[in-house]
Design a protein around this ligand. Structure first.
Ligand SMILES: [Zn+2]
Length: 188
């Protein structure tokens, strides 16, 4: 079993979730406004082709519990082809919020962030096996697309990356819980 930081299931509560979702909605609204920005240079990492919007699949294969490595290979190839690999490996720093590229950065991040969703079902696995498998994939995804650490935040995060980290973690928990078999419906 892989080792790494573990999030206890009980860590998440409804209030945290609700506030994260509303923060996320705000971010989405901000990023929708970026549609009007003149980010039209196809050689820029910030450039999004009109067909490239969150929700548009980049590759044909969908990430599931058993295909992580082949999925990562083709996803990495597709992202390189679209000049987006820098959006996911953390090497494209987030511009300050008054920078004209700020919204474009958020939009690119949202676009690539959307790709990394896994929907899986527990099916006939034990809950422990199911969790272990999901955790292995999350760790792979964390290496593939790390959320950068805050540069200058101390106790509270002011740069927004904390929201991204929390959102990622909570989305995972929600998906994990949704994938549980019916015998656990009371958990959901
Ligand atoms: Zn921060």
């Amino acid at each position: 079993m892989a080792t790494g930081p573990t999030t206890p299931l009980s860590h998440i509560d409804l209030q945290t979730l609700t506030s994260l979702f509303s923060q996320f909605n705000q971010m989405q609204q901000n990023s929708n406004r970026a549609n009007l920005s003149p980010i039209l240079d196809p050689t820029s990492h910030y450039y999004l082709h009109p067909g490239e919007s969150p929700g548009t699949p980049l590759i044909a294969s969908i990430l599931n519990l058993n295909n992580y490595h082949t999925w990562e290979t083709s996803m990495s190839r597709a992202l390189r082809g679209k000049n987006k690999i820098k959006c996911i490996d953390g090497s494209l720093p987030k511009p300050p919020s008054d920078d004209p590229l700020f919204e474009a950065w958020e939009r690119c991040n949202m676009y690539v962030g959307d790709i990394f969703c896994i929907t899986a079902k527990q099916e006939d696995m034990s809950i422990t096996d199911y969790f272990t498998k999901m955790k292995g994939i999350w760790e792979g995804l964390d290496n593939f697309k790390p959320v950068p650490s805050c540069e200058s935040c101390h106790e509270t995060c002011k740069c927004g990356l904390g929201i991204m980290r929390g959102y990622r973690q909570d989305t995972r928990m929600v998906r994990f819980l949704r994938g549980l078999s019916d015998q656990f419906t009371t958990v959901r």
